[in-house]
Write a protein that binds this ligand. Sequence first.
Ligand SMILES: Nc1ncnc2c1ncn2[C@@H]1O[C@H](COP(=O)(O)OP(=O)(O)OP(=O)(O)O)[C@@H](O)[C@H]1O
Length: 261
Amino acid sequence: MQQHMELTAVRKERVRMGQLSKVYPDGTVAVKDVNLSINEGEFLSFVGPSGCGKSTIFKMITGLSGPTDGTLEVMGTTPKQARKQSDTAFVFQDHTLLPWSSVIDNVSLPLAIRGLSRKERQLEAERVLELVGLKDYMKSMPRQLSGGMKMRASIARALISKPKLLLMDEPFGALDEITRQTLQLELLDLWSQDQEMTVLFVTHNVFEAVFLSTRIAVMTPRPGKIAAVIDVPVPFPRSESFRTTPEFGQIVRSVSDALKH
Ligand SMILES: Nc1ncnc2c1ncn2[C@@H]1O[C@H](COP(=O)(O)OP(=O)(O)OP(=O)(O)O)[C@@H](O)[C@H]1O
């Protein structure tokens, strides 16, 4: 896990944004001149006020929406090409599980779309369900799961493609605080098991960003620009006790101050 921090400087670039801007057809300037380079193995969080363009940046990285100015490279290629190569996967606040399909069928859906055989899908789905602690619930239907379990299933579905870039847009926003903190630890554990995986994470919660991230991009109110990029130079694995250290408090203050400017 330590390697995640130490090798970041010499690792491959996963995302490069150069003067990236997005103006919607109605004239809304959602993102303005964002410059940011994100490397393999990083855990980078975007924090900013509502409407500052965080989701718009994610939509551009996934190729669902094109920039109106500037450049954007994902895995050294275009966002659309990276998506075609299954290099990127997403997790949203809304778990987006299909209500009429079992947990295992939901989780293996990306492999079904890619045409893998039933046996291959089953094996891979069992592997990721084991990772997120849901193997005993693979035959359950989504309605039988708690909010935290539904989110674990969503994370398993994202991980099944072995993405090099995992985008998470407020994934724990709808969960209670205890479940949220448990899932934060579990997410760090999953990330630590894949030295190559880069996580991009959107949250409104400064404490969550500091606990999870190697770096935090603080955004300004619309039009979204990057106000500051703050390092969290605290080694992994991080435990619950990190939340009560003076260092944690100092970084929370730096991020909060940057949000005010
Ligand atoms: N399709 C669209 N057409 C016009 N304006 C849009 C569109 N999508 C988003 N916007 C606007 O662009 C701005 C940025 O939106 P975006 O959803 O990226 O912000 P956000 O930071 O993710 O917000 P939140 O934290 O509330 O989810 C907002 O003012 C929003 O109203």
